[in-house]
Design a protein around this ligand. Structure first.
Ligand code: 5RP
Length: 269
């Protein structure tokens, strides 16, 4: 019997299923996400490597310091995003990665996601954007109808340390009506729930100062209740000067795999 608890078991089964479906001998470039669920994806990659079921020259693109360690520890080769050629020149796509497998903090019914609980969402989004396909893996607690329904720690927003408190004030003045799609505020549906979002500077353990990302920036966790229009909220936050990246991934994922409480696996696409 497995010694993993239910949540860890569900992360592991989602990760194994997604790797088995998407990472075979024909995959040459793989994006590797960050977080505790991705650790199980790396475990499966190591097994597949030992079974000679991976491309002999597989290159892995990390999304964080942790992710690079996972790649190296699995005996795989890490590559930088900018060192990779386009996969389909002339096609209109700029993808350089076959598939990326990454975790998520919450995934809604339309495959929009909140990411950045581990503070790696800038590089995660860059790698996802350069991928032909983004596949999310998560335990059952992250499976949601509407973003913000289950994840209660706010939307992670990576910001410049030069102006974090000014950015915090601007984010807290955001209004729920969408102003970014050319719709008058009176007619627009609410993009998010709260009238006044609350933005909290992420602190290191034991209040040892702000968390500093792999890129030297700070993180504001912005609580705004339910997010009804993820794209509008993503655009709205990105318009604030000094915001480097927002942890809303609107319409980027092609699939999400969830380990269920009863031990089964669900795939949404
Ligand atoms: C890091 C992330 C992670 O993928 C996300 O926080 C999920 O982490 P975990 O698998 O530990 O629940 O976005 O920036």
């Amino acid at each position: 019997m497995s010694s993993l608890n239910l949540v860890e078991q569900s992360k592991r089964s989602a990760a194994f299923a997604a790797v088995d479906k998407h990472v075979g001998p024909t995959v040459r470039v793989l994006g590797v996400g960050s977080g505790s669920t991705v650790v199980y994806a790396a475990e499966r990659l190591l097994e597949l490597k030992r079974l000679n079921k991976l491309h002999p020259e597989l290159l892995c693109v990390p999304t964080s310091f942790q992710s690079k360690q996972l790649i190296v520890d699995a005996g795989l080769r890490a590559s930088d995003l900018d060192d990779l050629p386009e996969l389909d020149p002339g096609s209109g796509s700029f993808a350089s990665i076959d598939v990326t497998i990454d975790g998520a903090d919450e995934v809604d019914a339309e495959l929009n996601a909140i990411k950045g609980g581990g503070g790696a969402h800038l590089r995660e989004k860059l790698v996802a954007a350069a991928s032909r396909k983004l596949v999310l893996i998560a335990d059952y607690r992250k499976d949601s109808e509407v973003l913000g329904d289950k994840w209660d720690k706010g939307v992670p927003v990576e910001v410049s340390p030069l102006a974090w408190s000014t950015i915090k004030r601007q984010l807290e003045r955001m209004v729920p009506k969408s102003r970014v799609q050319g719709v008058s505020t009176a007619d627009a549906a609410a993009a998010f729930e709260f009238n006044h979002p609350i933005a909290v500077l992420r602190q290191a353990v034991r209040k040892a100062g702000p968390v500093v990302t792999d890129n030297g920036n700070f993180i504001l966790d912005v609580s705004m209740g339910k997010i009804y229009d993820p794209l509008a909220v993503e655009q709205l936050i990105k318009m604030v000067p000094g915001v480097i990246e927002v942890g809303i991934f609107s319409s980027m994922a092609a699939e999400a795999w969830f380990g269920n409480e009863d031990g089964s696996i669900a795939c949404r696409y």
